[in-house]
Design a protein around this ligand. Structure first.
Ligand code: EPZ
Length: 422
């Protein structure tokens, strides 16, 4: 097993490029299953979750392979409709195959994902949407068994905006008979991206970026010869936070800046210095300490939960008390005890954290608990005095492509090493 070792205290300098969005690629991959023709998607991140989804496609009988940030999906040979527990438990987004299998082939068997470190993560809204579209759903032996002769368009009102449930509902409804209206649908940029891809496939779908998505079912969808996925807003925010905490001079390229407006507002309020030029964010050094600025995580366009941990890392060194409210996941503060090991002063009260800014962090051995917690510990480690070693860093590989190489390119003293066994 690998651990990440960082010697903190260096101001980052140089230029770095944000890669393609993991959370936009996964729904697009599932959408590609809806055609008999191949699709090719470029600019995708070479991360474990994308490889896991390709593995799942192979189990279904479809061919999918990734080659130098290019993903090829050949979906015409699907003959298995079952997503097994061993794979689904490693990546919850496997549930995205439910909608397309049901919509195209009228049957799907997908393992229930089970628990997750950041929260319960139920899939009731996915199943509610499938039922509304006319599917018969049974839960047996830990699996969702879904079947339908032909799905029929319906009005589906989500009690809560869910990215995943909106994806599954859209992917099931595009080949359904008649019109589907999704109310209180997710407005996240990854949904807009999935809609753009579906339109390229020939789907009739409107309302991207609004809470109401309207779909007119079509009989058949085509493959997409070339599609370039949007850049990863969460990776961009992570790189920017790393530059800011070290008082660095860094240009972060290939940023969908429109997707991070609230993050930029908060950074400005905290006193960080940066400029936005086209698709680049130019971070500059500032004097003294940042000001404490609170955040509340909310569905888009609110502050993203996937940047909460990184923001907290940044605020550990700010002047004053920062209030951080997590409103999406009920257990997403596992980075708190680890940041505390590095000298941060943080109290947890339910879904709220109070971070009392300290003057310095000191390197320590810490443990990563999930993808974004890993990123937060790296950000803290870059600013801490001395050496930080992050155990269980394998979480990072799920969603960041070569983050340590990118940061080393900016002058960070950071490397992956083998963990010594005791
Ligand atoms: C996506 O998860 C992302 N994952 C998550 O990123 C991200 O944190 C989350 O959206 C919120 O932005 C992918 O895109 C692969 P939701 P998803 O359904 O779709 C509740 C990362 O680090 N809910 O929008 O699973 C749920 O409990 C990951 O990259 C139900 O109650 O999130 C939560 O409170 C972690 N029932 C809220 O909705 C359901 O059936 C939003 O969840 C589904 C969700």
């Amino acid at each position: 097993m690998k651990k990440m070792v960082i010697r903190g205290g260096r101001a980052l300098k140089g230029t770095v490029r944000t890669g393609g969005s993991k959370n936009a690629t996964l729904p697009i991959m599932a959408a590609a299953l809806l055609s008999d023709e191949p699709s090719t998607i470029s600019g995708i991140p070479m991360v474990r979750d994308i490889r896991t989804m390709s593995e799942l496609f192979k189990i279904l009988g479809a061919n999918a392979y990734v080659d130098s940030n290019m993903l090829h999906v050949q979906p015409d040979s699907i003959k298995n409709f079952s997503a097994p527990y061993d794979l689904v438990k490693t990546m919850r987004a496997s549930i995205y195959v439910l909608g397309p299998l049901l919509g195209k082939y009228g049957k799907a068997k997908v393992s229930l994902p089970g628990g997750c470190a950041i929260g319960l993560r139920p899939i009731d809204l996915h199943l509610m949407a499938m039922k509304k579209l006319g599917a018969k759903i049974e839960i047996k032996h830990g699996y969702v068994l879904a079947s339908a002769k032909k799905l029929k368009g319906a009005r589906i009102v989500f009690p809560k905006a869910s990215l995943g449930a909106t994806v599954n509902a859209m992917l099931a409804a595009v080949l359904a008979q008649g019109r589907t209206i999704l109310e209180n649908a997710s407005k996240e940029p990854e949904i807009t991206e999935c809609i753009n891809f579906l339109k390229e496939m020939g789907a009739k779908i409107e309302g991207a970026g609004t809470g109401t998505i309207t779909i007119a079912g079509v009989k058949k969808l085509n493959g997409v010869k070339k599609y370039n996925v949007i850049s990863d807003r969460i990776e961009a925010a992570t790189l920017i936070a790393a530059a800011v905490i070290t008082k660095g001079s860094v240009t972060v390229e290939n940023v969908c800046t429109g997707h991070l407006e609230l993050f930029f507002d908060k950074l400005r309020e905290a006193g960080a210095k940066f400029e936005i030029k086209g698709g680049s964010v130019i971070v500059k050094p500032y004097k003294g300490r940042l000001k404490a600025v609170g955040i509340t995580t909310e569905p888009y366009p609110g502050f993203p939960t996937d940047v909460q941990a990184q923001w907290m890392a940044l605020m550990t060194l700010a002047q004053g008390d920062t209030i951080i409210k997590e409103k999406i996941w009920e257990n997403r503060f596992m980075h708190v005890p680890e940041l505390s090991r590095m000298g941060a002063d943080i109290k947890i009260d339910g879904n709220t954290c109070i971070v009392a800014g300290v003057k310095k962090l000191s390197g320590a051995s810490v443990m990563a608990s999930d993808l974004r917690a890993s990123a937060a510990l790296i950000i803290a480690g870059l600013a801490a005095e001395g050496e930080t070693e992050i155990r269980r860093i394998y979480h990072l590989e799920r969603g960041y492509e070569n983050l340590e190489i990118k940061l080393a390119g900016l002058g960070a003293n950071i490397k992956l090493e083998n963990e010594d066994s005791i």
